[in-house]
Design a protein around this ligand. Structure first.
Ligand SMILES: Cc1ncc(COP(=O)(O)O)c(C=O)c1O
Length: 469
């Protein structure tokens, strides 16, 4: 076996892509998983949809293919290469999305009963991390913009106040950019965290292009974050659910610890098509062609934004945000209504709508033609004052409410619950994760007290709610 590895590995093959290309030409007969035998069998409908090539790239961790849980060969090399490109102490390929990266980041820095400060506009995967680590959450409310119905930046004075009053906080977890692209000042935030010896974990799921275009945003990794997680599928054109976890160069977090944390929650059969795709996407982004494509995307989106800004009755959110996320609103129309019209009349599906605005996510697959279609639709809609014909019920968004944690998520996990009518649930303890998706920001989590604002918001949508028995 050792000979086999040596014969397949030469310096030029130190890439998952090159290695698999070469391996496929060999005559080796595999009695291993996966049982489709690289497409010698494939369920006919799947074959028709995915094509044989997809199966031909799908292997298990057989000799020479290395092991994502303990990389010593091609995976180690490509991850080291990623660390060089992203200027990280270490980078990890994730085949289970930023979700897995966020949980692993939490496992890496938190022990049972450790206090962790979390910005409330976090993704719900942070809740999973709270259940698994048994850490104790303290919630920090970012600023809220009622005109657009979105969370904005983390207020640094407020952060400092919380950290100075709670000297036992071990980590701070925040999202940057937000779903809508709003950017906080990570450099100053990281300075405050360092001052109080607090690890900074940044969910940069929506900022995966930042390392390849200066005008988008400065990567949190280069501004002092300890761990940064990025989804490559959200903007960088990778397959779902590809992501990266990076450790900051100056962080004292041990990569071994992160690897062990990842191994706790990651399949032992990672998808090689995803690994190939992650490697290819990083190579592309780091190439001249890739950088040009990101540049073109930014140029085209900026052009669209300029065109949208002159449409009467239409407003584009452009403050401190990543332009690849286009947030618009139309006078006298809720975001939900606007979204409905675009879907029904113009065959356009947005990423997310709220009471005030609608979000369009763009990425490497957003062509000029798609942007033009959106521009035409918004132009037409505003020029002709298009409205929804049927009586639209007035749907409300949930406006940020500071949570009251009675029990930690880990403490109530698996406890008996009962369902009660939502309107009678005031002051009961929630046993549900309630998070509209997208964006997956928690409205209410298990262990939190149900407040009157929750009832007002939920009554119309959810007749019953699970509460602690
Ligand atoms: C801010 C944020 N973080 C994390 C995630 C989870 O990412 P993934 O789908 O890569 O697991 C999402 C997904 O919507 C998100 O919006």
């Amino acid at each position: 076996m050792a000979n086999l590895i040596i014969s397949f590995y030469n310096k030029n093959d130190m890439s998952i892509i090159k290695f698999i290309e070469k391996y496929r030409k060999s005559n080796r007969t595999l009695y291993t998983t996966p049982s489709h035998g690289q497409g010698d069998f494939a369920a006919p409908q799947a074959l028709k949809m995915l094509g044989k090539k997809f199966f031909q790239c799908d292997y298990s961790e057989i000799e020479g293919f290395d092991n994502l849980a303990n990389p010593i060969g091609i995976i180690k090399v490509v991850q080291e290469n990623a660390a060089r490109i992203y200027d990280a102490k270490a980078s990890f390929y994730l085949t289970n999305g930023s979700t897995s990266g966020i949980i692993a980041a939490m496992y890496s820095v938190l022990n049972r009963n450790d206090k962790v400060l979390i910005a409330r506009n976090c993704h719900k995967s942070v809740y999973n991390g709270l259940v698994l680590t048994s850490a104790v959450p303290l919630w920090l409310m970012p600023e809220y913009n009622k005109d657009w119905d979105i969370y904005e930046t983390v207020n640094i004075d407020y952060l400092e106040e919380v950290l100075s009053k709670n000297r036992d906080i071990k980590a701070f977890i925040m999202t940057n950019p937000t779903y809508e692209g709003v950017m906080s000042d990570i450099y100053r935030i990281s300075c405050v965290c360092k001052k109080y010896n607090v690890k900074l974990i940044v969910d940069e799921a929506h900022g995966a292009l930042w390392n390849f275009h200066k005008a988008l945003g400065t990567p949190s990794l280069l501004q002092g974050a300890d761990i940064v997680v990025q989804s490559l599928h959200k903007t960088a054109g990778a397959l779902n659910p590809s992501a990266l976890l990076h450790i900051g160069k100056d962080s004292d977090i041990n990569p071994r610890k992160v690897q062990e944390a990842l191994n706790l929650i990651t399949t032992t059969s990672p998808s090689y098509p995803l690994l190939i795709n992650i490697e290819a996407v990083i190579n592309f982004l780091n190439s001249e062609k890739g950088k040009l494509q990101v540049y073109e995307l930014v140029k085209n989106v900026n052009r669209l934004i300029r065109a949208l800004k002159v449409i009467p009755n239409l407003e584009v959110y452009s403050y401190n945000n990543d332009v690849t996320k286009i947030l618009v609103k139309v006078t006298n129309m809720s975001g939900f209504e606007l979204s409905g019209i675009l879907y029904e009349k113009y065959e356009i599906e947005d990423e997310m709508a709220n009471e005030k605005s609608v979000l369009f996510l763009t990425g490497l697959g957003t062509t000029k033609a798609k942007l033009k279609k959106l521009e035409r639709a918004l132009n037409d809609l505003c020029a002709n004052n298009i409205k929804i014909t049927q009586e639209e019920e007035s749907v409300k968004s949930f406006t940020a409410v500071e949570p009251r944690v009675r029990f930690t998520p880990a403490l109530v996990w698996g406890r008996p619950y009962k369902e009660v009518e939502t309107k009678f649930a005031l002051s009961r303890i929630s046993m549900e994760v309630i998070a509209d998706y997208p964006p997956g920001i928690p409205v209410l989590l298990p262990g939190e007290v149900i407040k009157k604002e929750h009832i007002e918001y939920l009554s119309a949508r959810k007749p019953k709610i699970k509460v602690l028995a």
